[in-house]
Design a protein around this ligand. Structure first.
Ligand code: AMP
Ligand code: GLY
Length: 427
């Protein structure tokens, strides 16, 4: 069959890499893709947000199956539009992607179906949000309701900071229309983990857990980013914890969404806070994580494509997955200055040497091939150096060995990916 993957990040490179190896995949396209994806797929210059353009492209190329990577086209109704044209797609329709598109919707769903999450209030008036903050005190968390590229969350250590966050989000509209409403919620203590399940509307198939590093600097310091590295397994999610996450969070959500007339199909990505009392939901995403997807694909032994098709066709009950027992770890290389402004068009050398390190695959994110044939960095997050090995210490050693073979003076990475897992191993 002909498959189209939508997106251009490291997540989409990992998805293309996995799908390309499927015997079911005869031809693979990616829109818009990147220089690394171009090695495994035909890249076509249509942006991931261009829903009309993507529908046209899928029709023109007679695509049989579309896999949507990022959230924006899901919330924008790409899957609905493709289905109207009779084209099968992996990902939720817009009325279910609202789990990521509106934090307020998700909090209300949690309240209605008894899904553990932080206590909250939901407001469309700045004054009401501020009254609530003054009553509750700090620390407290203020969130823009809509999509804000991972930036619309302010963890306020005192009441003044929280009140200023309401002004920034609702009055100044720092995140645009995403700030028409806010969610104000209790600060949760614990250890974070990302848990993934594939869902077909009714049945949820657990994938595995990962942990990512959101802060830009070593020791989890500095501003938040899309993610500077990840690893799987996540030691905090053992078998017993996975069973609780499925029973208390994933399954009630799948049943609740079906009962609301919004059956969820696609990847349900639960951002969790885990402590002695168990797991609590921080947020849902309706897509694979980036860079978590890179470590998931590294550990997946099964053929991915038939699983995605089974999810789209409501046949997930027939599917079983097999995972590597090994540890996968990804170190993100970003352009110096990220998540602020950074230089573009810098040349990256040493990619072949890095990719030849045992157990290592280098996934591309913000790269293009220059006219001179060189690979150039054009984004904030640029490469995901991914290693798989029998222990976390070995996976980390291999990944950094590959990083050190890269010749890209304008890039940087964190040097402490998986520090939490290593500390546990050392007891
Ligand atoms: P989100 O975009 O909702 O995932 O939030 C971004 C980050 O903010 C999360 O990964 C957490 O580190 C943190 N965060 C969000 N909500 C809370 C909360 N209620 N308590 C503590 N930390 C939170
Ligand atoms: N790495 C977190 C995310 O993809 O949202």
């Amino acid at each position: 069959m002909k498959v189209l993957v939508v997106g251009s990040g490291g997540r989409e490179h990992a998805l293309c890499w996995a799908i390309k190896s499927s015997p079911l995949c005869e031809e693979l396209f990616c829109a818009p893709g990147n220089a690394g994806i171009a090695d495994v797929a035909t890249c076509l210059p249509v942006k991931a947000e261009d829903v009309d353009g993507l529908v046209r492209l899928a029709k023109d190329k007679a695509i049989d199956f579309v896999v949507v990577g990022p959230e924006a086209p899901l919330v924008g109704g790409l899957v609905d539009r493709l289905e109207q044209e009779g084209i099968k797609a992996f990902g939720p329709r817009a009325n279910a992607a609202i789990l990521e598109g509106s934090k307020g919707f998700t909090k209300d769903l949690c309240a209605k179906y008894d899904i553990p999450t932080a206590a909250y209030g939901r407001f469309d008036s700045a004054e009401a949000a501020k009254d609530f903050i003054r009553r509750k005190g700090a620390p407290i968390v203020v969130k823009a309701d809509g999509l804000a590229a991972g930036k619309g969350v302010i963890i306020a250590q005192n009441v003044d900071e929280a009140l200023a966050a309401v002004d920034a989000i609702m009055t100044e509209r720092s995140f645009g229309e995403a700030g028409a409403e806010v969610v104000v919620e209790e600060f949760l203590d614990g250890e974070e983990a990302s848990f993934f399940a594939i869902v077909d509307g009714e049945t949820a198939l657990p994938l595995i857990a990962a942990q990512d590093h959101k802060r830009v600097g070593d020791g989890d310091t500095g501003p938040n980013t899309g993610g500077m590295g990840a690893y799987s397994p996540a030691p905090v999610v053992d078998d017993a914890m996975q069973a609780r996450i499925m029973d208390e969070i994933i399954l009630p959500t799948v049943r609740g969404m079906a009962a609301e007339g919004r059956p969820f199909k696609g990847v349900l990505f639960a951002g969790l806070m885990i402590n002695d009392q168990g797991p609590k939901l921080i947020e849902f995403n309706t897509r694979f994580g980036d860079p978590e997807c890179q470590v998931l694909m590294a550990r997946l032994n099964s053929d991915l494509l038939p699983v995605l098709i089974a999810a789209a066709e409501g046949r997930l009950g027939e599917v079983e997955l097999s995972w590597s027992e090994h540890v996968a770890l990804v170190v993100v290389m970003a352009a110096k200055g990220y998540p602020g402004s950074y230089e573009k068009n810098t040349v990256i050398g040493g990619l072949d040497a890095a990719g030849a390190v045992e157990g290592v695959t280098v996934f591309h994110a913000g790269t293009v091939r220059g006219e001179d044939g060189s690979i150039r960095a054009v984004g904030g997050r640029v490469l995901g150096v991914t290693a798989i090995a029998s222990t976390v210490a070995e996976a980390r050693e291999q990944a950094y060995k590959a990083v050190d073979l890269l010749d890209w003076p304008q890039g940087f990475c964190r040097r402490d990916i998986a520090w939490r897992a290593l500390e546990r191993d050392r007891g």
